[in-house]
Design a protein. Structure first.
Length: 667
């Protein structure tokens, strides 16, 4: 890559600690002429909410050979709002294969002398070991630019030399901030050729003067963040350039999905190493199992639950899995390690499988994405034997050559049962790696009924307006796995009921939990559940001699993300298919009858549907509703429909039933 990722996170957890170590090191020093030349240039188009604008981004890549690339970067921003100060914290990544040769930064204040910081003022920081990452030899060299205040111009310059794993680079010319001018140049050795691919932008031809290929673009609009939008790298304008010596076998290695698959397949080809211990474990796991499905389930559960997720990323180890015999012996590994071990164990029972390289953020890679290294995760595609047919296997696709493929992610424990996929992987695109190369494939989308919350409440309304009763809640799919993950390290009872408290506090003005229990927290093949009882005072509101009661007791499914003045620019991405249902029975207080009921609500669109109704039976007020998410994405042209759906849900969630005293006096 070209260095500092321009699609930068808004917050780095450890950045605040770094500031203390590097504060106070700035000195007066003239900023370079290339920065001073930017002081008077007109700014790119922007609005009053823009935090900063990119005045110049200049990336120069010199390919010295197949084993060395030099990259020189210059960038400058003008800070417009206080929130833009985050651009003052900059970093460049380095590791044993990537050396930082120069790193410095400046600030040109609106008034006063320039500031300068140099590489000697930087600190080297490793990312915190969290989320299963144990060792990673990539570190960050961090500089704090002085006074990144509104009205000031800040800039930096650095050079790195690296031994690349990929003969490929990317030019990210579109950012969250507007860009006035962006340049990218590529200098190749004699006889080398290149191939470009463009994402979210029309192709720009290079200027081939000065012994280099030069691309330039001006006045690039910023990408304003929207809630539930696709991933940045799926919508930002960028160019991917692949380069290689002319006439070599590597010509198509990174310029086609097939070539990338061949390259990955070569790295993975000798990793499926078995051992006597693996053979014995497979025999033990499958003993007494009468079907291939039962054997596959046993292997999947072992790899998912008994092999800890631990990532050790050193050099090529960040791309290539460890031998499966080592993974089994150590009982830990990252996603590609666990996938390789699972494939090895499946082979022991005569089941073929394949690696699938994927980006866990759906939308980063699409059907139209040009071939490039855009992946960050590995799962498994299992070739199902002809006799393995079961309704629980929903993540299945019929491949034209390989037959029925079941996609499965063995990485995380306490997650999705065998046969299903997490929502972010459903409908996603991944690279299926086989002996014949690579193929971009779309993973299946499962029925909405495979994910959701089924909530049933039996409640009693008191004469004083208080409400008490019990709730039985069952969760399946992602709705179950997210709670299992949330509670995986919790040991205190007070913390275990925190999700219940969060739900009640979002729906009730006051409440007290009387008792609560968790159901099937570790049994991933069973629905996860909360059973709890509560009481809430003043639930019903008095209006003269009437009681106003909200039939929808718990749960908020509406959203205000589209209630903005600015028109929506990007689709809304759902987490995954979903089917939620609520059913509440409220026994009315003695002496009261129903005077008025909320109307039923019905909305049905291609992407989602919502239905609710309130009825009475004797002295019981019954409310039920269902929300179904049927598609993974809502395009911009359907935003009005989605906004209408959310407003219908919000209205239904606020509606009240009216109770009056029974008898003539209540008329």
């Amino acid at each position: 890559m070209t260095g500092i990722n321009p699609i930068r996170p808004r917050v780095i957890v450890w950045a605040a600690f770094c500031l203390m170590a590097i504060s106070g090191r700035a000195a007066a020093g003239d900023a370079p002429q290339w920065m001073h030349a930017l002081v008077s240039v007109p700014l790119p188009a922007h609005d009053e909410k823009t935090d900063a604008v990119v005045l110049l981004s200049d990336v120069n890549v010199t390919v010295l050979g197949t084993d060395k690339i030099r990259t020189h970067v210059r960038e400058a921003y003008k800070i417009l709002r206080p929130e833009g100060r985050e651009h003052g914290l900059i970093w460049v990544e380095f590791n044993p294969e990537r050396k930082v040769k120069d790193f410095r930064a400046w600030c040109i204040p609106a008034q006063g002398r320039d500031y300068e910081v140099k590489e000697k003022d930087a600190i080297d920081v490793a990312d915190p070991a969290e989320g299963g990452y144990l060792i990673d030899d990539t570190k960050r060299k961090i500089l704090q630019i002085p006074a990144p205040d509104p009205g000031n111009i800040i800039g930096y310059e650095y050079e790195v030399e690296e031994e690349p794993f990929w003969l490929q680079d990317a030019w990210y010319f579109q950012r969250p901030d507007p860009v006035r001018e962006s340049h990218f140049s590529l200098q190749l050795p004699p006889g080398w050729v290149f191939k470009t691919a463009w994402i979210s932008h029309a192709e720009i031809k290079p200027d081939e003067t000065g012994g280099a290929l030069n691309w330039a673009i001006t006045d690039v609009p910023g990408i304003r963040s929207e809630p539930e939008m696709p991933p940045w790298k799926g919508v930002a304008g960028q160019m991917v350039v692949t380069f290689f010596p002319s006439g070599t076998p590597a010509k198509d290695e990174f310029a086609s999905w097939d070539g990338i698959g061949n390259w990955i397949g070569h790295l993975y080809s000798d990793r499926m190493t078995t051992s006597d211990a693996i053979k014995q474990k497979v025999a033990t796991l499958t003993a007494g199992k009468t079907s291939q499905l039962q054997k596959m389930q046993a292997i999947a559960q072992f790899v998912q639950h008994d092999i800890r997720y631990v990532a050790i990323s050193l050099g090529i180890g960040g791309i290539q899995p460890h031998p499966s015999a080592e993974v089994f012996a150590h009982k830990y590994g990252d996603c590609k390690d666990k996938a390789t071990l699972m494939r090895t164990m499946l082979r022991e029972i005569g089941v073929d499988s394949y690696d699938v390289i994927i980006n866990a953020a759906r939308g980063t890679v699409t059907r139209d994405t040009p071939p490039h290294n855009a992946f960050d995760h590995v799962i498994v595609a299992i070739r199902l034997p002809d006799d393995v047919k079961d309704a629980s296997l929903t993540a299945v696709v019929q491949h034209p050559k390989l037959g029925r493929l079941l996609y499965y992610d063995p990485t995380y424990d306490i997650m999705i049962p065998f046969g299903q996929l997490r929502g972010n992987l459903q409908g996603n695109y991944g690279l299926l790696v086989t002996a014949d190369g690579g193929e971009l494939v779309q993973l299946p989308q499962e029925p909405p009924s495979m994910n959701g919350i089924r909530r049933v409440g039996k409640l009693t309304l008191e004469l004083t307006g208080g409400l008490r009763g019990e709730i039985n809640e069952r969760r399946i799919g992602d709705s179950a796995s997210s709670e299992r993950w949330r509670l995986r390290t919790v040991t205190k009872d007070t913390d275990r009921i925190k999700p219940i408290e969060d739900l009640l506090s979002g729906s009730l003005g006051n409440f007290q939990i009387v008792k609560a229990s968790l159901i099937n927290i570790e049994q991933t093949d069973q629905p996860f559940g909360f059973d709890y009882s509560f009481q809430s005072s003043n639930y019903a509101k008095m209006a003269g001699n009437l009681l106003l009661v909200r039939p929808r007791v718990l749960g908020n499914k509406s959203s205000g993300i589209l209630e903005t003045k600015e028109p929506r620019k990007f689709p809304v991405e759902f987490d995954g298919p979903l089917q939620d249902t609520d059913s509440f029975d409220i026994t009315l207080p003695p002496g009261y009858v129903v005077d008025d009921l909320p109307p039923p609500m019905n909305a049905d669109y291609s992407f989602a549907s919502y239905h609710s109704k309130t009825q009475t039976s004797g002295n019981v007020l019954h409310y039920e509703r269902s929300l179904e998410i049927k598609e993974l994405s809502v395009p911009v042209e359907k935003m009005d429909q989605l906004k209408k759906l959310y407003r219908i849900i919000a209205t239904d969630e606020r509606n009240t039933a009216v109770l009056r005293p029974a008898g003539p006096g209540g008329n």
